[in-house]
Design a protein around this ligand. Sequence first.
Ligand SMILES: Cc1cc2nc3c(=O)[nH]c(=O)nc-3n(C[C@H](O)[C@H](O)[C@H](O)COP(=O)(O)OP(=O)(O)OC[C@H]3O[C@@H](n4cnc5c(N)ncnc54)[C@H](O)[C@@H]3O)c2cc1C
Length: 414
Amino acid sequence: MKRFSVFAIAREAMRQHSGWSRTWANPQPKKSYEVIIIGAGGHGLATAYYLGKNFGITNVAVIEKGWLGGGNTGRNTTIIRSNYLQDPSAAIYEKSRSLYENLSQELNYNVMFSPRGCMMLAQTQHEMRGYKRTAHANSLQGVKTEFIDPERIKQLCPIMNVDGPRYPVLGALWQSRAGSARHDAVAWGYARACSEMGMHILQKTEVIGVTQEAGNVTGVETSHGHIECKKLGMVVAGHASVVAEMAGFHLPIESVPLQALVSEPIKPCMDVVVMANTVHGYMSQSDKGEMVIGGGTDGYNAYTQRGSFHHLEETVRALIETFPMISRLKMLRHWGGIVDVTGDRSPILSKTPLGQTFINCGWGTGGFKAIPGSGWAFAELMAKGESPLTAEFGLDRFSAGRFVDESVAAGVAH
Ligand SMILES: Cc1cc2nc3c(=O)[nH]c(=O)nc-3n(C[C@H](O)[C@H](O)[C@H](O)COP(=O)(O)OP(=O)(O)OC[C@H]3O[C@@H](n4cnc5c(N)ncnc54)[C@H](O)[C@@H]3O)c2cc1C
């Protein structure tokens, strides 16, 4: 695979870009692999990458029913932060955020990580208390965040109306090294690196069954036939319950639509990410100039990759209170994804009742930021049978009542 560098770009510019190789291979499936990962979203691809990089396991297939990165990874609003409340969450999200810092160099692929800073607005006394508590917890966890006042908020984001009519802005939880990255590029960068290690990414191949013998997984039935494996990782986000059912177990997961939209592109006007969880909306500006807007989940379970119109309308109406200037923008397009939400708003990274089968899901509305850290930890769990970063996120916590309650950091927020 040709490495990207300033010299390579200059050389290709001289010969009409005729020398670039394909970013990833399109191989025929083998009869068997050591590891199969179901789902070529960011989490599945990152898992495969760290299995190869950290544990030398490269006889891996990542099986994807559509195209790689076409699920939630390619549909999210790309907020990256690690200001969670509980210690196990702060550990895995901060690991992830720190891996994002050098991900472009590591993958030799520009993922456009932009640590522009993220603020979560406190617009009620309840939120003031919640975010101050999180700021204290973060300082104990070694996660750099601070609680800032309306004056500082206005300096950081001049287009904001801090004296809003319904909910004035009282303060904010600010993480200066939070930000965003290009979602597709994260999937593409990991896919390219996996392909370079000789792993197979099998697109347009749907897993329709899981085969087992004596309590252990033996392989998967796919739309292109049976493929054997010694270990199986299920990393399918909103379809986690469907795939778990194939292996014979149930998950405490709800699958719900979550929507986002972008405006027409405008000149740069906002260089931070703002989340307003009381009024239920959040916004950042993309490098192309579009205002990227998202809201909350729909109130019913579904597998359709779209959502209800009243949610969009409510999100935009709410954001106009805090950002009056967006009332004059035209909205360009909107879309939805299916997110997998757990009761405690924390992910599941776990062994399963089926031997040598592991599940990574439950990231809900906020798993894009977790892709590198989740891949790192889940690869360790799959390779060694345990990982310090996944220890508190097992399936057994739901029967033991050992929840990792992140309803402040992740109930609405992304
Ligand atoms: C509108 C929206 C906004 C969001 N905003 C943010 C945000 O700002 N910040 C943030 O951190 N997170 C955000 N998220 C959440 C984030 O996108 C997800 O948590 C994350 O992308 C999940 O990645 P994944 O790899 O687990 O899943 P996905 O990217 O969905 O990948 C799973 C893959 O599995 C495949 N698959 C499913 N079933 C099968 C099968 N039977 N056989 C083969 N393949 C199968 C799917 O086709 C899919 O490609 C948002 C999500 C949405 C929908």
